[in-house]
Write a protein that binds this ligand. Sequence first.
Ligand code: SER
Length: 319
Amino acid sequence: MKRILVTGATGQIGSELTMVLRKRYGNDNVVAAGHRRKPSDELLNSGPFEIIDTTKRDTIEEVVKRYNIDTIYHLAAILSAVAEAKPLLAWNVNMGGLLNVLEVAREHKCAVFVPSSIGAFGPNTPKDNTPQDTIQRPNTMYGVTKVSGELLCDYYYKRFGVDVRGVRFPGLISYVTLPGGGTTDYAVEIYYEALKKRKYTCYLKPDTYMDMMYMPDAIKAAIDLMEADPKRLIHRNAFNVTAMSFAPKDVANEIKKYIPDFVIDYDIDPVRQAIADSWPNHMDDSAARKEWGWKPNYDLASMTKDMLEKLSDKLGIKI
Ligand code: SER
């Protein structure tokens, strides 16, 4: 029986992944750990919750020992826009936290899931059909921590045999928990504002293309990779995964099919625009498809339909 720890369990991915893992492996076998954000009642009432500051190794180790943990989904991290504002914090949390988790995993023989990101690419990476193995010279602190993290994970597997696996997530869209300071956050905000105000002011230019994914597919990717036959994995860490590529004007047009009076306008944030411009338009995720059967279920049309339905219930606003 698996005994799982989720760090960053109060965050955008963690809050939903924890609930899916609890359904799959049993509520008491999945320990949710948070630090900065307040946990939801659902998270608190459905299974164990612990405070872990991943920059303090003993807070991780104590929980791993007490609950006999054998698998860690390490999601606690600082996103790209916050990382540009607070580069030292991003380095400490993203690198220090990861190193602590890998060390605890090495000592206590845990498997580890670590998300990398489209942010691990940079301005001289090929933008279209970005290959699995290619140039990675990011020019953001977030990107620096993501590339270093990918390398550190490969090192812990090769040098110490730690079963660490990961994907490069694109922008993730969900109606449950808001993201915390990323460059792709517009693709979540736009749905909330479309329902609340029929209007959204976007901080990116209308034709800024990036990879995106609906949260149920992201959760499926994480769990499927951790359950994949290790013999088939050539890459192990940092698989490109994507479900769709779109720009702000595309998602606005899709929303207009349901809310015809919705309008989008633009007020460009140069920091986030520069970050987005340095990331791929569309990744090639064929290695993930081949090595562990990755296949997303949602595209822009089916995601938009579901997002608007679920959010209209959540916010109590009719479409
Ligand atoms: N969604 C993340 C961000 O924008 C990218 O991994 O920072």
